[in-house]
Design a protein around this ligand. Structure first.
Ligand code: E4P
Length: 217
């Protein structure tokens, strides 16, 4: 399973990328606004920090606008993936990007039928928003399993990118449900490393090791 970082904070990205565990990055207009930086500049910097896919989202709502913006974003670096909203126009643009060989991440997916259309349009990635579905009173994770079954039934190669991840348990459940990737906010990514029993066990081991008076080196 590929793990992406959902951030425009390049300091945080550098720190986590140093673990070798960050396979890619996703951004969205909210995260670009949060960075306070020009979009092209921040996307270029992120693309220099990770070799994997970096999603950059179009802001236009019409097909021609999405195509123009997407082509411009794709020209920033070879690892840019153009993020397109799951609308009728977004899927028309996705089909054209597929013809042009531009990678796409179809975002704001909340149903399996939307995901089916995205795959038929030739999306490289589909982003079902788990946390926001949970907020809405649904069981967001069920959607990952449904999309997995549909894509496997028909051999679609669109990758399922579990998004709107809020907890380590979401990451685990997405992996069990067969998501190809998950995009994770930095705090949740950090939490993936941790378990209280790891800390407790290590504390005990180190205390006992100190009693031996030994040194391995
Ligand atoms: C990913 O592509 C999305 O931008 C992100 O996962 C949204 O997460 P949120 O619902 O926590 O804003």
């Amino acid at each position: 399973m590929q793990l992406f970082l959902d951030t425009t904070d390049t300091a945080v990205l550098k720190d986590l990328a140093a673990t070798g565990l960050v396979d890619g990055v996703t951004t969205n207009p909210t995260l670009i606004a949060k960075s306070g930086r020009p979009m092209a500049e921040v996307i270029a910097e992120i693309c220099g920090l990770v070799e994997g896919p970096v999603s950059a989202e179009v802001a236009a709502m019409d097909v021609e606008g999405m195509l123009a913006e997407g082509r411009k974003l794709a020209a920033i670096a070879t690892n840019v993936v153009v993020k397109v909203p799951l609308t009728r126009n977004g899927l028309i643009a996705t089909s054209e990007f597929a013809v042009e060989g531009i990678q796409t991440n179809v975002t704001l997916c909340f149903s399996a039928s939307q995901a089916l259309l995205a795959a038929k349009a030739g999306a490289s990635y589909i982003s079902p928003f788990i946390g926001r579905l949970d907020d809405h009173g649904a069981v967001g994770m069920d959607l990952i399993g449904e999309i997995r079954a549909i894509y496997d039934n028909y051999g679609f190669d669109t990758e399922i990118l579990a998004a709107s991840i809020r907890t380590p348990a979401h990451v685990t459940a997405a992996a069990l449900a067969g998501a190809d990737c998950a995009t994770i906010p930095p705090a949740t990514f950090e939490a993936l490393f941790k378990h209280p029993l790891t800390d407790k066990g290590l504390e005990q081991f180190m205390a006992d090791w100190a009693k031996t008076g030994q040194s391995i080196l």
